[in-house]
Write a protein that binds this ligand. Sequence first.
Ligand code: AMP
Length: 210
Amino acid sequence: MNLILLGAPGAGKGTQAEIICEKAGIPAISTGNIIRAALKNGTEMGLKAKSYMDSGKLVPDDVVIGIIKERLAEEDCKNGFILDGFPRTIPQAEALDAMGIVIDCVLSIEVPDEKIVARMSGRRVCSACGASYHVEYKKPKTDGVCDLCGGALSIRKDDEPETVLDRLHVYHEQTEPLKDYYEKTGKLRTAIGQEEVADTTKLVLEALGL
Ligand code: AMP
């Protein structure tokens, strides 16, 4: 299954992508995580992306399209993949089509803006592997430590309240039109994001028929 997860920043795409990845045995691919890893490693692409990312703007299409093209060519994507955070613009969706990639399902996780802003203040990410946690809704087993790799949890720079508002604006303006784009292909499904991760997962798996 080739799957796209749509939704505002903080809607729970990353968390649900990890769960689907375990259940369906297909990789979850987050362009945000790939860019953050490049930044950490000091690569040219990472440095180029930094200013966009820090201010809540989208990294230019050609950069992320290049990233995704390379990643989808890897062996582990042969039986399917979950895209978390790509495409984020119409040109990115068109580029995916132009690569000849057939998408089976596009799932939009819907959460109102007010809830997103409240949620983001509690989000923590692993600075080593990028796994995502929440101080209330998805607590790590040990405070401040990643369950998966033991890395230190921290607050993402772009999760600061003002940047979150900019990211929401960018989402509505540039990413939300993708719902129409995929609605027209008959592949769009919707799940309403709930307070508890498990409740959202139930709706997500139902919507995907998993
Ligand atoms: P995320 O971790 O998905 O919230 O992404 C964090 C940031 O990475 C975004 O605010 C953008 O600056 C950048 N980014 C991630 N994916 C994309 C994409 N598909 N297109 C453009 N920028 C992206």
